[in-house]
Design a protein around this ligand. Structure first.
Ligand SMILES: N[C@@H](CCC[C@H](N)C(=O)O)C(=O)O
Length: 294
């Protein structure tokens, strides 16, 4: 029997998501279903999917239920699972506010990368406590075609390789993933950021995301870029004792990232719900049947 399944569409600096509210975790979303929903021609379209589930109802978040009522079960556009999505958390919070599950002010959201603190400001901005960046030792190299750049390995819950480049066009069309070495540096894949300077504590970037391709913004990527750039600039807050704030321009908008002396990274940016509707479960079952039978 076919049923109607509710969804919304939202974006944060044009990193866009299909949102599936499913408090009791009753909607089956295998990778092929997520990929079909995120398909921009045959589906609803999105860089990723935000499955909105009560923490208590999801096996990956049950242990966090006492701390955070809601779990962001984030999936990339190809259906793969990722630990964290910075733009996604802001949009997730905006959805909770719209649905009456959260009010302006502070809230917490469980993710696979831990519990995140979120502030929904009156002016529409959303600030997320992203936790600490990890900077694993070891040289990393990013290559596109004939060009290669040394890069910084930054983990924001999910993996990033940040390359400072002379010109963002040198990253090419990014239709395929850049190569990142040495082999084995990122056993689970990596998000790759290309960065140029725009002014003092002001950079611009492009990103190729694991599981989604080039996107118009990446929140964890912007945080990784700010942290890597602060290290390059000799502005490590743990050393200077003062916060380092970077303005990060992305193709889809601007994010402001602050790293504090205690290592905590905060990200501020917009979050917008664009539309809401329903899709037919029969459509999705049909797509899945075709995928399974080839
Ligand atoms: N766009 C996101 C990051 C989404 C996850 C990423 N593609 C991964 O696989 O780690 C963001 O805003 O952080």
């Amino acid at each position: 029997m076919s049923t109607r399944i509710a969804f919304l569409k939202g974006h944060g600096t044009e990193n866009d998501f299909v949102i599936v509210p499913d408090p009791e975790n009753t909607v089956d979303l295998p990778p092929a279903a997520v990929a079909a929903l995120c398909d921009r021609r045959a589906g609803l379209g999105g860089d990723g999917l935000l499955h909105v589930v009560r923490s208590a109802a999801h096996p990956d978040a049950r242990h966090l239920a006492a701390e955070a009522e809601w779990f962001m079960d984030y999936r990339n556009g190809d259906g793969s699972v990722a630990e964290m999505c910075g733009n996604g958390v802001r949009v997730f919070a905006r959805y909770l506010q719209r649905a009456g599950h959260a009010a302006e002010g502070d809230l917490v959201i469980a993710t696979r990368g831990g519990v995140k603190t979120v502030h929904l400001a009156k002016n529409g901005d959303v600030t997320v406590g992203m936790g600490r960046a990890l900077l694993p030792e070891g040289d990393v190299v990013v290559s596109v075609g004939e060009r290669s750049w040394p890069a910084r390995n930054v983990n924001m819950g999910n993996p990033h390789a940040v390359a400072h480049v002379a010109d963002l066009d040198h990253a090419g069309d990014l239709y395929t993933a850049p190569s990142v070495g040495p082999a084995g540096a990122y056993p689970d894949g990596v998000n790759v950021e290309f960065v140029v300077d725009r002014g003092p504590r002001h950079v611009a970037m492009r990103v190729h995301e694991r599981g989604s391709g080039e996107t118009r913004s990446c929140g964890t990527g912007a945080c990784a870029v700010a942290v890597a750039t602060a290290r390059r600039d000799g502005a490590d807050p743990a050393v200077t004792g003062t916060p380092a704030t970077y303005t990060v321009d992305l193709p889809g908008g601007t994010l402001v990232i602050t790293e504090r002396p205690d290592g905590e990274v905060e990200m501020t940016g917009p979050a917008v719900i664009v539309a809401e509707g329903e899709f037919d479960s029969a459509w999705l079952e049909g797509v899945l049947a075709t995928t399974t039978t080839g």
